[in-house]
Design a protein around this ligand. Sequence first.
Ligand SMILES: [Mg+2]
Length: 386
Amino acid sequence: MATIMHVDMDSFFAAVEQRDNPELRGKPVIVGGTRDSKRGVVSTCSYEARKYGVHSAMPIAQAVKLCPHGIFIPGDHKKYAAVSGQIRSVFYRFSPVVEIVSIDEAFLDMTGCEHLYGSLEDLGRAIKEQIYETVSLTASVGIGPNKFIAKLASDYRKPDGLVVVRPEEVWDWLAQFPVKKVWGIGQKTAEILASWQIYTIADLRRCRRETLVERFGKYGDTLYQLARGIDPRPVEPESETKSLGRETTFETDISALPKLRQVLAELSAEVGYRLRRHGLWARTITVKLRYHDFTTITRSASLPEPVNNDDDIFSTACQLLVKNAGSRPVRLLGIYVSQLTSFGQASLFSDPRREELARVMDELNTRHGRRVIYKGRQLPLDSGGK
Ligand SMILES: [Mg+2]
């Protein structure tokens, strides 16, 4: 039987702000935008703010109405990413098999390491203590025989919680939860189940497998298993080897930086498009240059948070290019992205219009099976672009 641990930081961004500014402690802190930000959404709020009904993904304007005396902070993503990195280093002290779910959440596969701790409770306490010693923040920890149970357990006694669910306890413990707590059940599925008088996991167990498959397709089978506490999904550590890239060899060597930059923009857009099509984010950007004399160099930069937007990929790649080109003629230019993960942060602090633009461009390019829409920086220099 596997032992999976889920660690989830408590109201992470708000907790970091309260840690660094004692005046904010005990107060409703809402991170995601200033009080007057029109399009902002709440990315995290302190437990004090939750009492007023504020929650993440809520428009800032609505949070202002619910909690007029709240303290609204735009947020410092760089700082949170740095703290997240410190927490990550604690995870790897406990297990090499770590799946980073998001900036403040991870699964650790502890199977086979149980004997290193007096009990599973000791294990949970140990990681909570080490996280607190490292970053002075509390985490909630859930331990169970699989990812579904571990995640449910970490959420069970938030904040600063520790819940261990042993395999023999799963059946009874799980029965109480509303179906919405089941992985993959959203509003729509919950409504369908409610129309069948199914509200809890205990209710869900009364559904025959065939009925669920008939209504929900393949997911019906997953649902049947999850209701019984069965979840075979493995903890998937990030792969360091996977990479994705594009390169191009020029017919004649190029030294002009603007021209190289334009090609790089084009390559970045293709790589970004492929990442998004695969639902992947990349943490490392590499530029490959082969000079006229066939000397080849690669230069990489790692980012605090994984990215998959053309702008992020291009701006990082461009800095690498500028440092290494311009003086010698270039024969080949390439860009690679690596340290891929399928769990990117949905750019909480970036401009939502930019994400929307990427989505629309991808859609058009996919629909037409070729690139029909370009950003200005990708336009050929001699056709009016600069
Ligand atoms: Mg959290």
